[in-house]
Design a protein around this ligand. Structure first.
Ligand code: GRF
Length: 209
């Protein structure tokens, strides 16, 4: 069972003009790449205006280069407080007139400032079926609890970590011989399908207002 339940008529939503998105990442960037490829294949009707990273050396940067996406580095170590750091992010997002911000492996807790500045326009992907296994080490938490089904969730970001309204979920089965690496790989395969689809759904919600 690897499942996302799509609306029966879903064939990718069209936006005129394409949805203006920014992606925030701290790590590998495989979700960044999945979004970029979905746009390239004309499935997701969006334009990535920037990749924001907090770590100039993270592998996501290389992926943005190869897709010609502008990179904005905002190193959290240069800011005294989380609020100042988020203010800098807000400044860039506003300058670029971003409609939807996608946290794809963003390893910083965001403050109320960012959440309020982009109410219902900030989304996150988490590697569990929320509300189970919030926070760090979600895949390990699932294994430790011997769950038989796990997966991933895309949700709006709210003031409580991993708790905002759910946009989409995908499930995977957990087998007896699964370990951290194998379960992470299964979940990530689903993330790469779920995230572009959820961006499309969130975009439709935005544009229909
Ligand atoms: C994903 O598993 C996501 O659920 C979590 O961080 C990971 C990012 O992976 N929030 P990548 O950097 O997109 O490969």
């Amino acid at each position: 069972m690897n499942s996302i339940i799509y609306p029966s008529d879903y064939a990718g939503y069209r936006f005129n003009p394409p949805l203006r998105i920014a992606i925030m990442a701290s790590g590998k960037g495989s979700n960044f790449e999945a979004i970029a490829e979905s746009i390239y294949k004309n499935e997701l009707n969006a334009c990535i205006k920037a990749l924001i990273v907090n770590n100039p050396n993270c592998p996501a940067v290389e992926k943005a280069y190869s897709h010609n996406v502008p990179i904005i580095t905002i190193d959290h170590r240069n800011y005294n407080t989380r609020e100042e750091f988020d203010e800098e992010i807000i400044k860039h997002l506003k300058n670029l007139d971003i409609e939807l911000i996608v946290m794809a492996g963003w390893m910083r807790v965001v403050t109320k400032r960012l959440i309020d500045a982009f109410n219902k326009r900030l989304i996150n992907i988490h590697p569990s079926l929320l509300p189970s296994f919030k926070g760090l080490k979600a895949v390990q938490q699932a294994l430790d609890n011997s769950v038989k089904i796990s997966g991933c969730t895309v949700h709006y970001v709210s003031n409580e970590v991993d708790s905002g309204e759910i946009i989409g979920q995908a499930a995977v089965t957990v087998n007896e011989n699964d370990n951290h690496d194998s379960l992470t790989a299964k979940i990530q395969t689903q993330e790469h399908i779920l995230l572009p689809y959820s961006i499309s759904l969130a975009g439709r919600n935005l544009r229909s207002k």
